[in-house]
Design a protein around this ligand. Structure first.
Ligand SMILES: [Zn+2]
Length: 400
């Protein structure tokens, strides 16, 4: 990347970094069990709730305990269970209609990232009845208080329970965009391991590695704060200690609880400190070849860390210590390489491939351009790369 482009990116990122202390970031309050929800709703004087979820979560019985306790305690409960992977404008509109028709006063998003995003998007439309979702797409367009919102993740990875964003797809044009504003941060996140008990091992693995990628990319970037560095290190420690356990034994509720906590911490960290090129590359590959986000991030992450080179050795040494691989006395370069090797090893243990065979040589030029467009100038990456430089990363990940 030439000097002028680098200066542009760094000035842009610096502007966002100096704004961090004055922007209304907040971490959602934590509840440790679904059982605590009725008490909180009573405290907030809410008696009518819209539960936003998807059919498979509901048919597995994962929401039934919450539905039972809310109904037993006299709440008016309305359920929208038609969310699909990548919630559409139509689904958000349907859920909003149910919210208004039933005079609901709060939202509960219960599921993976899609259900939580759908609930957050409904909140945005309730706050801004004068606007449609397309108009609210982008940064800081909502600007008004949304209804009281509780997020209940059923995977430990996306971090949607903590973030400012709701990603929506227009079902007609397939245009995918995010509504991003501070009122969309849920008020409460429920980190109850029972909601993740039936998650299949491959999803536990992929979403867990997504959380690791959030923590690592937030930590190595240039826009960290003392708090986000601490959150990232805690998330990395928890993931290295618990992800393989949760993968091998889905009934290990302690490991499941720790993974939910890790996902939450990583989400809080990347909401403030952003992600990096592993995400830009993974989003591009996911869009082109319809690949799962978490496993794609997992495969790309070690190659992205290698591509940044010696510039990030100090950060990687700190991550290596957090992961229990090194200590303060360990040589910096050695500790950094140990961390990258440990990420690859963890992928292997979790059955995640080290290459992405779908990548075709003739696609790489365009994919690299798209990844550069997503990453620059927004992501405060430790080493800037343009499309030409990012091509190298695609070749590394490809199995050509
Ligand atoms: Zn991610």
């Amino acid at each position: 990347m030439n000097i002028a482009e680098q200066v542009f990116c760094r000035v842009f990122q610096f502007g966002f970094k100096v704004a961090i202390p004055i922007l209304p970031y907040r971490n959602p309050e934590i509840l440790n069990a679904v059982d605590e929800i009725p008490k909180i709703l009573k405290e907030k004087q809410v008696n009518s709730v819209l539960l936003v979820t998807d059919e498979s979560i509901r048919s597995l019985g994962i929401t039934s305990h919450l539905e039972d306790i809310l109904e037993d305690q006299g709440f008016d409960l309305t359920v929208y269970d038609k969310v699909q992977a990548n919630p559409t404008v139509k689904q958000v509109e349907e859920a909003r209609k149910m919210y208004l028709e039933n005079d609901c006063k709060a939202l509960i998003g219960f599921g993976g990232g899609s259900s939580m995003d759908c609930a957050k998007a409904v909140g945005a439309l309730i706050a801004r009845p004068d606007q449609n979702l397309e108009q609210l797409g982008g940064i800081l367009k909502v600007w008004k208080k949304t209804p009281f919102t509780i997020a209940i993740p059923t995977t430990a990875g996306t971090g949607s329970e903590t973030t400012v964003a709701a990603v929506i797809v227009d079902q007609d044009t397939r245009h995918k965009y995010a509504v991003m504003d501070f009122p969309l941060i849920p008020d409460y996140a429920v980190l109850d391991p029972e909601t993740t008990r039936t998650l299949p091992p491959s999803v536990t693995a992929g979403t867990g590695m997504d959380a690791l990628t959030h923590a690592v990319e937030a930590y190595i970037g240039n826009s960290t704060t003392k708090q986000t560095r601490r959150e990232s290190l805690r998330a990395v420690r928890l993931i290295f200690r618990n992800l393989e356990r949760a993968y091998r034994n889905g009934d290990d509720m302690k490991a499941r609880r720790n993974m939910l906590r890790a996902s939450y911490l990583a989400g809080c960290a990347f909401t403030v400190s952003y992600v990096g090129y592993a995400h830009a590359v993974a989003h591009t590959l996911g869009g082109k070849y319809n690949l799962a986000h978490g496993t794609t991030c997992a495969t790309v992450l070690p190659y992205a860390l290698e591509a940044y080179g010696a510039k990030i050795y100090p950060q990687l040494k700190a991550l290596s210590i957090a992961a229990g691989l090194s200590d303060m006395e360990t040589d910096e370069a050695y500790a950094a390489r140990q961390f990258i090797a440990a990420v690859k090893e963890l992928n292997e243990k979790l059955g995640i491939p080290d290459k992405i065979p779908e990548i075709k040589r003739e696609d790489i030029g365009l994919l690299a351009k798209q990844a550069a467009k997503e990453g620059n100038p927004v992501y405060p990456v430790p080493v800037l790369m343009n499309a030409r430089e990012l091509k190298r990363l695609f070749y590394d990940v490809a199995d050509l």
